[in-house]
Design a protein around this ligand. Structure first.
Ligand SMILES: [Zn+2]
Length: 349
């Protein structure tokens, strides 16, 4: 074994790994705070290069060797072939709806306790074929498949570990939801029923370098109570019981954000679903077994709907059943008044 010392590097790129391998390295030593880029990690995996030290990203495992008979059987099983077909179909939809470009986006499906099917790196979701897919374990080690697995699989795996109900994870860059993510805003709730039931309040995870463990860790605080998380300055991630449903959630959240933007252009206030009707939707959601932070109880009815300053659109508070506006308290009233004043001032400029 020959170890090449890269511990002086703050960021380790694929170029650094390739240079070390050319010098005969079978192991690289990393500094304790080194950031390893996804392509560097893939290069290490490809060359069977191990890591000493603990850079921020997880160490690359050995290069994908031929699959063991057990994994080869699992990878070719009828359940795996059905899941591959579903992933390919979802990938095509993502590309057709312009939710991914270049080789962006990735999709996975939990096939067994420690086996996950996933999309490969560097393949457009429009061109994806079943034979392009990969099988990995929950540590990200590739078990089968000839192409290298996506570098963003770590985020998927953390979701599978944290949420037993998650059978599929899908990550993409839909423009309207991503527009919210780059402004650091989350869309309001209680505006359109389908969004309430299937997605509801999304969370916003702070920005981290894609493909790193820190990127995966950033979504963790939210995934038990949200099936969709906005990734700041990046895109979205959804989990569901099937790949098809995860793709539906991406459609629902992006269309919702788009509709809010169109409404904002009309210059008139949007209206909220009345709070008693919003409670009906939440009850449907509970029956469907879908996660929602508002289902944990302890929330007053008028808190079912988010404050209008989060809307990114002009908003009016939901009316109460008696027709008067929601009496959530002075804070809400004051915020609504301040937002209304600011909007009116802007319109008069
Ligand atoms: Zn991405």
């Amino acid at each position: 074994m020959k170890t090449i010392d890269l511990s002086a590097l703050r960021v380790v790129s694929a170029k650094d790994v390739e240079a070390a391998v050319r010098e005969g390295a079978t192991e690289v030593a990393l500094g304790p705070r080194a950031v390893v880029t996804p392509s560097a990690r893939d290069a290490m995996r490809r060359h069977g290069c191990t890591v000493r030290g603990d850079g921020k990203a997880s160490a690359a495992g050995p290069a994908p060797a031929a699959a063991s008979p057990v994994h080869a059987r699992l990878f070719a099983s009828p359940e795996a072939e059905a899941a591959k077909a579903e992933i390919v179909a979802a990938g095509r939809k993502l590309w057709q709806r312009q939710y991914v470009d270049g080789n962006g986006g990735n999709i996975s499906f939990r096939l067994g306790e420690n086996a996950v099917l996933c999309t490969p790196t560097l393949v457009s979701k429009a061109d994806l074929r079943p034979e392009d897919l990969c099988l990995v374990d929950l540590d990200g080690n590739q078990l089968a498949g000839t192409r290298a697995r996506t570098s963003e699989i770590l985020m998927h795996l953390e979701i599978y570990k944290a949420v037993p109900e998650a059978k599929a994870v899908l990550h993409c860059h839909p423009p309207h939801a991503t527009a919210y993510a780059i402004t650091g805003r989350v869309p309001p709730t209680c505006v359109i029923p389908e969004y309430e039931v299937f997605v509801g309040g999304v969370a916003l995870a702070h920005y981290e370098t894609p493909g790193t463990q820190a990127f995966a860790d950033a979504v963790l605080p939210f995934v038990r109570k949200h099936n969709t998380v906005l990734l700041q300055n990046h895109g979205i991630v959804c989990w569901a019981d099937t790949v098809t449903h995860a793709e539906w959630y991406a459609e629902v959240v992006d269309t919702y954000c788009w509709t809010l933007m169109l409404a904002a252009q009309l210059g008139a206030p949007i209206t909220f679903i009345p709070e008693n009707k919003a409670a009906d939707l939440l009850a449907i959601k509970k029956r469907l077994g879908l996660p929602d932070a508002r289902l944990d109880g302890g929330m007053r009815e008028c808190q079912l709907c988010d404050l209008p300053e989060m809307a990114g659109a002009i908003a009016v508070p939901p009316p109460s059943p008696d027709g008067r506006s929601c009496s959530c308290g002075d804070d809400t009233e004051a915020i609504v008044a301040a937002v209304t004043d600011a909007v009116m001032a802007a319109l008069q400029r």
